[in-house]
Write a protein that binds this ligand. Structure first.
Ligand code: ADE
Length: 230
């Protein structure tokens, strides 16, 4: 049976998962902890990467190359750009981009480097599973573009930049790097985020207040999806 990776960036994003799974075995590797576990008969490997694109690339690569995961699900929180997204709402990425990648001086678009792509698409079948799960819940879920960068965004000016250049609906700090890894290694992947703030001047305060609750919403949704993945 195929192994499913579930990753987050911060402890709070995977703790709700670890409370619900069974047969947990902790493995230390590459300065990180990985948790093999089972849930409703499915084999899982769970880890948080630490924040940002570099750590999340390392963890995604390890989950695939060392632990043999054949599907990767990301669960966590994000700042909203699209005004329809309220705190606690869910967004599933149809595609992701790196908003802080900038070699525009050489005539390229923001987010583009040669032999890369400005946007990386997520797995359509996994998105369909999410939509089915959402139908049976009272949660609000939209599908859209997620922009990733090594910055906690807390300014309307930066939000505006990301919106103008990427038409992104939400932003966070790991999704696009995980996407690049999974795409290169041909592993179907899915990025889910629950909104913790709106990336404006109040984002730091909102994040501290809502991050834990939103992380739980995302983690519970991911486990409902695991049941439906073959
Ligand atoms: N994750 C959650 N909120 C965020 C924000 N405002 N900026 C970057 N990553 C986030």
């Amino acid at each position: 049976m195929s192994k499913i990776a579930i990753m987050g960036a911060m402890p709070e994003e995977i703790e709700p998962l670890l409370k619900k799974v069974e047969n947990v075995k902790k493995i230390e590797y590459a300065n990180n902890s990985y948790y093999e576990a089972t849930y409703k008969g499915k084999e899982l490997v769970i880890a948080y990467s630490k924040i940002g694109k570099v750590f999340s690339s390392l963890t995604a690569s390890t989950l695939i190359e060392k632990f043999g995961c054949e599907t990767l699900l990301f669960s966590g929180v994000a700042g909203a750009i699209n005004p329809e997204l309220k705190i606690g709402d869910l967004i599933i990425a149809d595609k992701l981009c790196q908003h802080d990648l900038d070699i525009t001086i050489f005539g390229h678009d923001f987010g583009y480097v040669p032999e890369g792509a400005k946007f990386v698409e997520t797995d359509k079948a996994l998105r369909e599973v999410a939509k089915e799960v959402a139908k049976k819940s009272d949660l609000s879920l939209i599908e859209g573009t997620i922009a990733t960068g090594d910055q906690f965004v807390a300014s309307n000016e930066r939000k505006e930049f990301i919106s103008t250049n990427f038409q992104a609906d939400a932003l966070e700090m790991e999704g696009a790097s995980v996407a690049v890894v999974c795409d290169a290694l041909n592993v179907p992947f899915f990025i889910l985020r629950a909104i913790s703030d709106t990336a404006n001047d109040d984002a730091g305060v909102d994040f501290d207040e809502f991050m834990v609750g939103s992380a739980i919403i995302s983690a519970n949704f991911i486990l409902d999806m695991v049941e439906q993945i073959n």
